[in-house]
Write a protein that binds this ligand. Structure first.
Ligand SMILES: Cc1cc2nc3c(=O)[nH]c(=O)nc-3n(C[C@H](O)[C@H](O)[C@H](O)COP(=O)(O)OP(=O)(O)OC[C@H]3O[C@@H](n4cnc5c(N)ncnc54)[C@H](O)[C@@H]3O)c2cc1C
Length: 543
């Protein structure tokens, strides 16, 4: 396929946000091409055979929390293109090294799960069990409001309502009967306000940072409820590996007539005056289009591909000021196992051996707090703990018969906080140290149980995926970089000061995660500018 012809739209980068935008543009009649620097599309929506043959590891995105809402899943019928998911019942678990009863939170998909969650939490505190179940039920009732916030461009501030996101947070708290002062609180203070037992605080300190906000960031309290309401305990697993989601998105685009060019890095956005007219590839080829949208990181897009010299001083400053990390930075562990972990706490409830997401290595809230705090403030955490998945427990395609594949996440400091030599040292030692701690919780997790293992650092995320600093959102989610301020107020509507150049990466609202949100929302803005059919206005889902 020649890439020298002209297109209506060019997308820089085939992460799942770019794939989403492309499929909608092509369907709307815009001949669209994606240029991706890697050998395949999907970016962090990928699966690797990085330990032993036949063992699959989702080194990046593991749990799918948006499938209930994700527009592209339904509008393009992704299951028709091979995307299938399953729904583990025990969603999140916390086992203990002394073998006391585990904490388990079950899926919000089924009504009877609330009783199981209640029983598990009530072993430590009836107050906490009542609070959690009441909260989950209330949030389930209003969750479609969160989806509408996710899959629409952010509200535009007005002189009468200069902070519309804050208003939304306050209304949410009122709706679920909680004091509005929570909107000003940190995640940690909010968790402490809700729960009294050390065990529940420990679990939520880890869960509370999963969407990217640190424990000590002011104004994250309301965000925690949005996260719990929209996507916690609603987690699904992609059958056959997370990469099947990206592949299905790509197939949907192919089916519409879109074109893909892998191993084709874009080095320049071509301009005529202050208007984008195409891109230049690393091999020198120039390709022209009516519009260009970028899934690539914001700094690379604006300061290098467009060039500082073509931007106003305000935009240069805004892009340079945009903070990457620190609380969205992850590393991953992968282990090929003979046996799945058998936790001491399973004698009280065997479901802990089959929890989808298990937080391993921590016995107290203080340990978890210190771990998150260290990682988010540039230090390698002292406790070797992780959130792990053993996907082969549900889906046999993840490991050879009778064997198991384990993958885990660790919050770590930004890539640039350590030298490359230091990251190599961490790669060489982390898994052994983690295993020593793991064995205290699950005695069968000894070296003999490991067939092979691998460690993926934040530096790897930057080098391979261009997720800068290892930040899975390609931009931190502190309060001043969320909603109508993401990435900064002048760019929040997916447009740039360069005419016909748009932004669709996870550094845009609603942020990172396998949500496809920024891609879908960016399409809506382009549809507005180019007079494309606004099909979503005829749907009753509200987005
Ligand atoms: C360790 C980890 C665990 C995660 N776990 C989960 C999870 O369990 N659930 C969940 O929902 N989310 C999870 N995420 C987050 C989610 O995967 C990401 O936020 C999301 O995938 C990022 O958006 P994207 O797919 O568009 O990828 P991006 O990385 O933003 O895609 C950008 C693409 O542009 C390409 N590119 C960059 N520069 C150029 C150029 N010059 N020319 C051409 N192409 C270029 C890159 O190669 C890449 O393919 C996780 C992320 C990480 C890192």
């Amino acid at each position: 396929m020649s890439k020298k012809k002209d297109y209506d739209a060019i997308i820089i980068g085939g992460g799942h946000m770019g794939l989403t935008l492309g499929a909608y543009l092509q369907r709307a009649g815009m001949q669209t091409a994606i240029f991706e620097r890697r050998h395949e599309e999907g970016s962090a929506i990928f699966t690797s055979e990085c330990t032993a043959p036949g063992f699959l590891h989702n080194l990046h995105a593991q749990y799918m929390e948006f499938l209930e809402w994700m527009p592209i899943w339904y509008d393009f019928d992704l299951p028709k293109f091979g995307a299938r998911s399953l729904y583990p019942s025990a969603q999140a678990g916390l086992p203990f090294s002394d073998g006391r009863p585990p904490l388990i939170i079950y899926s919000v998909e089924k009504e009877e799960s609330y009783e199981k969650t209640y029983k598990s939490v009530a072993q430590y505190s009836k107050h906490d069990a009542e609070t959690l179940v009441d909260l989950l039920k209330k949030l389930q009732e209003i969750k479609s409001i969160f989806a509408q916030g996710w899959y629409n461009p952010p509200p535009i501030p007005t002189p009468e309502d200069p902070e519309p996101d804050n208003q939304g947070g306050i209304m949410l708290l009122q709706q679920i009967g909680l004091p509005t002062r929570i909107s000003k609180m940190t995640t940690k203070d909010t968790i402490d306000y809700l729960f009294e037992s050390d065990e529940m605080r420990a679990m939520f300190y880890r869960l509370g940072v999963e969407w990217g906000a640190g424990l000590d960031i002011d104004g994250s309290g309301a965000g925690l409820f949005a996260a719990i309401g929209l996507f916690y305990f609603n987690w699904q697993l992609m059958v056959g590996g997370t990469h099947t989601l990206a592949h299905a998105m790509e197939m949907a685009g192919v089916n519409e007539g879109m074109e893909f060019f892998e191993s084709n890095e874009v080095v320049k956005v071509l301009l005529e005056g202050k208007k984008a007219v195409g891109v230049q590839l690393k091999d020198g080829t120039k390709v022209y289009a009516k519009l260009v949208a970028s899934n690539a990181e914001i700094e690379g897009t604006m300061l290098r591909m467009v060039g500082e010299e073509n931007l106003s001083p305000l935009w240069v400053k805004r892009v340079k000021d945009f903070e990457i990390g620190p609380s969205c930075v992850l590393g991953s562990t992968a282990m090929a196992l003979h046996e799945a972990p058998d936790f001491k706490s399973a004698r009280w409830n065997p479901d802990i051996n089959k929890a989808f997401y298990t937080i391993v290595g921590f016995d107290s809230a203080a340990e978890l707090y210190e771990y998150c705090h260290d990682a988010h403030s540039g230090k390698i955490p002292k406790t070797y703990g992780e959130g792990i998945w053993v996907n082969s427990l549900w889906d046999p395609t993840y490991a050879p018969p009778g064997k198991h594949s384990l993958t885990g996440w660790i919050f770590l400091p930004k890539a640039s906080s350590q030298s490359r030599e230091k990251w190599e040292e961490i790669r060489a030692t982390w898994n052994d140290n983690f295993l020593k701690n793991f064995e205290r919780f699950a005695p069968n997790m000894t070296k003999d149980n490991i067939i092979d293992d691998y460690f993926y650092t934040p530096q790897d995320q930057e080098d391979e995926m261009r997720l800068m600093e290892g930040d899975f959102c390609n931009g931190g989610v502190k309060a001043s970089q969320r909603g109508h301020n993401r990435p900064f107020p002048e760019a929040a509507q997916y447009r740039t000061e360069i005419e016909n150049l748009y932004l669709c990466g996870p550094f845009m609202h609603p942020g990172g995660g396998a949500s496809a949100g920024p891609g879908y929302n960016c399409f809506k803005i382009i549809a507005e500018d180019f007079g494309l059919d606004k099909f979503w206005e005829k749907l009753d889902r509200g987005y």
